[in-house]
Structure formats: structure tokens, C-alpha cells
Design a protein around this ligand. Structure first.
Ligand code: IMP
Ligand code: MG
Length: 193
């Protein structure tokens, strides 16, 4: 899927495919250096992190293992509440492991801080976070530090590169914004994972 396929539904391309690829390469190089001699476990958060996980893992030189979690956060409207339910847990025992959580986007950070706390309770050697995108609200998140960030963006709703609006547009190769007519002012659907 590309910009032409979206027609009038696309407002603008915010981060091009080239910039994403370049940035993922930079993050992978830093992760390779930071985890040299170790055996990191990449934990992707479904479904949004599929693209960044696939690209990041392939850009790394370390033989990273991958596992996945799916969580759902109860919230009202677009605000996530921080009350989280695990829909799919890890297959891997992470005790003693160096865990790197791979996320698509951090908005309020509530989901992520719950997730990091949950992983930390399983006795890993370390837990760090890599997020492709970070919205301004994430700055208020005091308890979780994001070790690797792709891009800091504004508060606008974005789609593509794994991110959806009502399960659509995940297969766009770039990050874009939606034209208002697609939205219809309903950000509840938009806020769904
Ligand atoms: P948080 O708990 O508020 O940080 O929620 C983060 C989650 O909300 C992300 O993992 C996404 O699944 C979803 N989300 C937040 N902002 C956007 C967006 O702009 N586009 C698509 N999904 C988003
Ligand atoms: Mg997510």
C-alpha cells in the first residue's frame, strides 16, 4: 500500500519510508553496541510493533530472539487508563534475560509503564524500551525511561508502519496523518490497539 492507494484519505506523509529505514538502522547500531556480548530478547507489543520489530531485528547484527505480547488497555475514549489485560503472554521465560521491549508509539505511556512493571516482576536481568514514535504526553511518564526513540512527534493521530486506524493502514510503508473526513471525530476507534 502506498500514498496513491490512500487517495484523499491521506493528509500528509509525516515520516517517509527512507527516513524510517535510516532511523531504524541507527537504532539497531546503538542496540548492537549496547548489547554486545549479550543475548537480548526483543519483546514486540502486538499488533503495532510488527513493522518496527521486523526491520529492527533485521538491521541488527546481534542474533536477537523475538517474542510477542498482546495487551489491551481499558480506557474511556482515546485516553488509556493504565488498567491492562494480557491477551497473549510471552512464550519465553525471561528470568535472567536482557529484555528489550519494542513499541510502535508511546502516547500517555500508561500501557508501557504497566507492561514494564509486569516484565520486571518476572526477574529479568534488565528491561529497556525502544519506541519508534513518541508523542508529547510521554514526557509526563516519569517511571519508565525510553532508551531508544525513533522520532518525537506532535499530538496528531498517525497511521502506517504498523499503526492503524480501526485496523486499517498498518501496511503503509511510511508514517502519515489522516484526512479529517476519515476520522469523523471518532477517536475511540482510533485509540484502539
Ligand atoms: P498509551 O498507553 O496512551 O501510551 O497508548 C499507546 C498505544 O495507543 C500505542 O501502542 C498504540 O497502539 C495506540 N496509539 C496511540 N497513539 C496512536 C496513533 O497516533 N496512531 C495509532 N495508534 C496510536
Ligand atoms: Mg502499541
Amino acid at each position: 500500500m502506498d500514498a496513491d492507494d490512500m487517495g484523499a484519505d491521506l493528509k500528509e506523509v509525516l515520516i517517509s519510508e527512507d527516513r524510517l529505514r535510516q532511523r531504524v538502522g541507527e537504532l539497531a547500531a546503538r542496540i548492537d553496541a549496547d548489547y554486545a556480548g549479550r543475548d537480548p530478547l526483543l519483546v514486540g507489543v502486538l499488533k503495532g510493533a510488527i513493522m518496527v520489530m521486523a526491520d529492527l531485528a533485521r538491521a541488527m547484527h546481534l542474533p536477537a530472539q523475538m517474542d510477542w505480547m498482546a495487551v489491551s488497555s481499558y480506557g474511556s475514549g482515546t485516553q488509556s487508563s493504565g488498567v491492562v489485560r494480557i491477551l497473549k503472554d510471552l512464550d519465553t521465560d525471561i528470568s535472567g534475560r536482557d529484555v528489550l521491549v519494542v513499541e510502535d508509539i508511546i502516547d500517555s505511556g500508561l500501557t508501557l509503564s504497566w507492561l514494564v512493571g509486569n516484565l520486571q516482576s518476572r526477574g529479568p536481568a534488565s528491561v529497556r524500551v525502544c519506541a519508534m514514535l513518541r508523542k508529547p504526553g510521554a514526557a509526563r511518564m516519569r517511571d519508565v525511561e525510553v532508551a531508544y526513540t525513533g522520532f518525537d512527534i506532535g499530538d496528531e493521530f498517525v497511521i502506517g508502519y504498523g499503526l492503524d486506524y480501526a485496523e486499517r493502514y498498518r501496511n503503509l510503508p511510511f508514517i502519515g496523518t489522516l484526512a479529517p473526513h476519515v476520522y469523523g471525530g471518532n477517536r475511540t476507534e482510533a485509540g484502539k490497539r
